[in-house]
Design a protein around this ligand. Structure first.
Ligand code: IVH
Length: 670
């Protein structure tokens, strides 16, 4: 394709995909299927790789991350990020109202908004473009996390609409929806990783990650709620909320202009119960004086504005009886204790169960069947037991002894040193583990066999059509048996078989993740696949070779070795290979653009201004250069970005290796 033609196509695809992103994430009204979107995104990505100079800084391909931040730059806030005065009492709200009235009289309005429970951030836009995103930090200085924020789909990189101010700052709350949090947290637990306590911690843990590609995989969202703009063309906060929406920001629909304290209290009462219907956490309501002039008149105390206050809802708790403690077995064999409660109303739902996490938690609470317990549903979504009411403990109560055998297959449980969880080691014979492993394998992040849902897998397991993941690929010859299942018609059966066949195209890293090796989550699977490139090499790797891979620690290495030691696992892999699944990485064919870098070797390190590291690598390879993975005398050029590690710099200097910038690399090509 000619440069000019590519330019036009890239511009069209960029604009179209950005509009689709906006429709999907901000308006929640998609007009294209996920599949078509992905196809177009792939097309754009391929074009950008071929013509790196044509990539738009606002390209939707940048939203998938890929850049690594070693340490975040500290940035001073132009406007300090103050907190709000807060109260749990309606009387104190009335006192706040009286103070406001005393200062500015009775002629004013409030805006009531939800108080989102995430992390507050400040975003700077110049000429319609997002140029910086900074965390709250200590209120005066925060961390520059722009690269990570750029992966959040609801935060526009480029604003649209009219009257966009040349430069402004906007504040908002970054958060994750409860359902996405629960799902990702469950996956973490399944992979043996420490779960996050609540969505808030999840969001704050995510925004400070070094690998922006991992941030991109975690669906963060953001509501914007305050604009800092000198000489604003409007006079009230309410108008600003409308303006920011028209520029493409996501502002909450649940805001109300209130003329009196009665209306404010109504709003508070309404969301006291309705908050449980929202898909995200809020911990209260924020009340702001609407007029900018009146806000200015009221001013600030040292800590917070005098024109706003937050009303916080109390975490709801209730007493109930613990009927029994039972145990659940997950895909990895981890055994989780569950508290079965006498059903009780709490925070808008009937609570029947609470998690007890592990044996240590049971010991810490000294919780026993028959106890009366205090249950809370606060920031955490799954109700949790706070404490035991010892006054109500039955006289004959006995301490809880954590089960020693698997509740499903009666195998003796084991506990690895230093770990809290007990495991059932019978991974090839324990039904929930077998079913869980197959569900994991077919799941979206692994083989993505949509048509073979979790329920169907249970059905097929019960009908003895599936015993392990390799049986999945034999289903195509069992259509007759499939059709005998409940609610299974010709069409569903065909869809299942077709979906299974299609999954054979899934790349090695997905297959590896799908195997469900403990501690081998998505990212680790990718690292291992990229490093070893072939399952046989991975299976033969010893401990030292495994830990030599970047970010692979001893725990993962041991788990990988243990997994491949088991004969049954090896047989399954052999079978899957025979079925045609991908167990090697196909080396990309490099289409040469030029041979200007022929015979030269490069290493890329740090964070770059204009290109992702992958794009730079492609650029080098498509012009005949070769990438090296470490600094040695064989290296010709070190391409250095920001935040490059000091030891690399030292080594390159010691060996007299030229250190060049991305611009200098581009100059070599022109
Ligand atoms: S306005 C100067 N509006 O609550 C006014 N804050 O305790 C800036 N928050 O740090 C804040 N939802 O993180 C505002 N609708 C909302 C909010 C909100 C949540 C957070 C924010 C702030 C904290 C104050």
């Amino acid at each position: 394709m000619q440069h000019q033609e590519a330019q036009k196509l890239i511009a069209e695809l960029t604009a179209e995909l950005n509009q689709h992103n906006y429709n999907y994430y901000v308006l929640a009204m998609p007009t294209i299927s996920d599949y078509d979107f992905d196809q177009k995104l792939k097309q754009l990505d391929a074009l950008e790789k071929q013509f790196p100079d044509l990539q738009d800084p606002d390209s939707p391909t940048l939203k998938v991350g890929g850049e690594i931040t070693k340490s975040f730059k500290t940035v001073k806030h132009k406007y300090p990020m103050l907190s709000l005065g807060n109260t749990y009492s309606e009387q104190e709200l009335l006192d706040f109202d009286a103070r406001v009235r005393k200062a500015i009289g009775d002629n004013f309005e409030y805006v009531c908004e939800l108080k989102f429970d995430g992390l507050s951030m400040s975003f700077t836009y110049r000429n319609g473009k997002l140029i910086q995103a900074v965390t709250r930090g200590d209120g005066t200085k925060g961390d520059d996390v722009t690269t990570n924020v750029k992966t959040i789909k609801t935060i526009p990189h480029q604003l649209k609409g009219d009257n966009i101010p040349e430069e402004f700052e906007i504040r908002g709350e970054v958060f994750i929806h409860i359902a996405a949090f629960e799902k990702l947290n469950a996956e973490r637990e399944e992979n043996g990783e420490q779960p996050f306590a609540n969505p808030r911690n999840f969001a704050s843990g995510t925004i400070k990650m070094q690998d922006s590609a991992e941030v991109a995989r975690r669906p963060l969202d953001c509501f914007l709620y305050f604009l800092y703009l000198e000489n604003a063309p409007f006079k009230t906060h309410w108008e600003s909320l409308h303006a920011i929406k028209s520029w493409g920001f996501k502002a909450s629909e649940h805001a109300k202009l209130c003329k009196s304290m009665d209306e404010v209290l109504d709003f508070i009462h309404k969301y006291e119960s309705e908050r449980h219907k929202l898909s995200y956490d809020i911990d209260g309501i924020v009340i702001k004086v609407n007029s900018y002039a009146q806000q200015q008149e009221l001013g600030f105390t040292a800590k917070s504005p005098r024109w706003a206050i937050s009303y916080k809802y109390k975490a709801e708790e209730v007493e109930t009886q613990l009927l029994s403690i039972t145990y659940q077995v997950g895909r990895t064999g981890a055994v989780t204790p569950v508290a079965n409660l006498k059903p009780v109303q709490l925070a808008g739902t009937t609570v029947k169960r609470a998690t007890l996490h592990n044996a240590n938690e049971i010991e810490r609470l000294d919780v026993r069947a028959g106890d009366t317990v205090l249950v809370e549903k606060g920031g955490e979504i799954i109700p949790k037991i706070i404490k035991v009411n010892l006054d109500k403990r039955p006289a004959n109560s006995q301490p809880t002894i954590f089960t020693q055998t698997c509740p499903e297959c009666e195998t003796q449980l084991i506990r690895n040193e230093g770990e809290a969880a007990w495991y059932c080691p019978n991974d090839t014979g324990c039904p929930p583990q077998i079913i869980g492993k197959m569900q994991h394998f077919t799941g979206r992040k692994a083989m993505n066999i949509d048509s073979l849902g979790d329920e169907t897998i249970v059905q097929l397991y019960n009908a003895e059509l599936l015993h392990n993941i390799s049986d999945i690929y034999a289903l195509k010859d069992k259509k007759v048996q499939l059709l005998q299942l409940d609610r299974m018609g010709e069409k569903s059966a065909n869809n299942i078989i077709e979906g299974i066949e299609l999954s054979k195209q899934m790349p090695f890293e997905k297959v590896l993740f799908g195997l469900g090796i403990r501690y081998v989550g998505e990212t680790v699977a990718k690292k291992l696949a990229q490093h070893f490139k072939d399952i046989d090499k991975l299976m033969q790797a010893n401990f030292d070779e495994l830990v030599a891979v970047n970010e692979i620690g001893t725990r993962i290495a041991e788990s990988v070795i243990d997994y491949f030691k088991i004969q049954e696992h090896r047989l399954v892999i052999e079978q899957l290979k025979a079925d045609g699944l991908q167990f090697t990485i196909e080396e990309k064919e490099v289409l040469l653009e030029s041979n200007k870098l022929d015979g030269k070797t490069f290493l890329i390190s740090g964070v770059f201004e204009n290109f992702s590291r992958d794009a730079l690598k492609d650029l080098i390879e498509t012009n005949g250069g070769k990438m090296l993975s470490s600094i040695s005398s064989k290296l010709n050029f070190l391409v250095a970005g920001d935040n490059m590690g000091p030891s690399k710099l030292q080594k390159a200097t010691d060996l007299n290796i030229p250190i060049i910038s991305e611009q200098e690399l581009l100059n070599m090509l022109n």
